[in-house]
Ligand binder design. Structure first.
Ligand code: PRT
Length: 105
């Protein structure tokens, strides 16, 4: 188990985007805009699918990390906070009754 969370990565992405440092991949993606950031997200999604279908767990972990990072970059470029997505997911657990079932044990 790790204490690192998507909230932490969201914060790092925002800081690096603001830095504008030439060495920062995040800052570079922000400069290039949504089309480029979304294209990278699509590429990482495909690479994740390939790793899953191959049954390669090591690649699946690595590609999933790339995917989540680029997904957070796309959210940040769009100005959508991670908390909005989590709130939507939480709402759905309520809708399907999963949250209630879980609380009943
Ligand atoms: N998690 C990541 C992360 N995952 C992947 N990548 C970068 O995503 C890039 C694209 O991966 P590819 O394999 O497609 O690389 P590529 O073939 O060079 O890319 P292109 O040819 O498509 O341009 C690589 O340069 C990776 O380093 C990431 N870059 C940054 N982070 C996080 O963001 C933080 C800040 O990074 P910088 O913005 O670079 O300082 C880091 O400390 C990490 O926590």
């Amino acid at each position: 188990m790790t204490g690192f969370s998507l909230d932490d990565l969201e914060r790092i992405v925002a800081e690096r985007a603001r830095s504008g440092e030439p060495s920062s991949w995040t800052a570079k993606l922000f400069t290039q805009g949504m089309e480029r950031a979304a294209k990278k997200l699509g590429e990482e999604a495909v690479e994740t699918v390939i790793a899953a279908v191959k049954g390669d767990k090591k690649d699946l972990v690595s590609e999933s990390a790339d995917l989540l990072y680029h997904w957070l970059v796309v959210l940040a470029v769009a100005g959508v906070p991670l908390s909005d997505v989590l709130a939507e997911l939480e709402k759905r657990t309520g809708q399907s009754g999963i949250a209630e079932k879980a609380s009943r044990g």
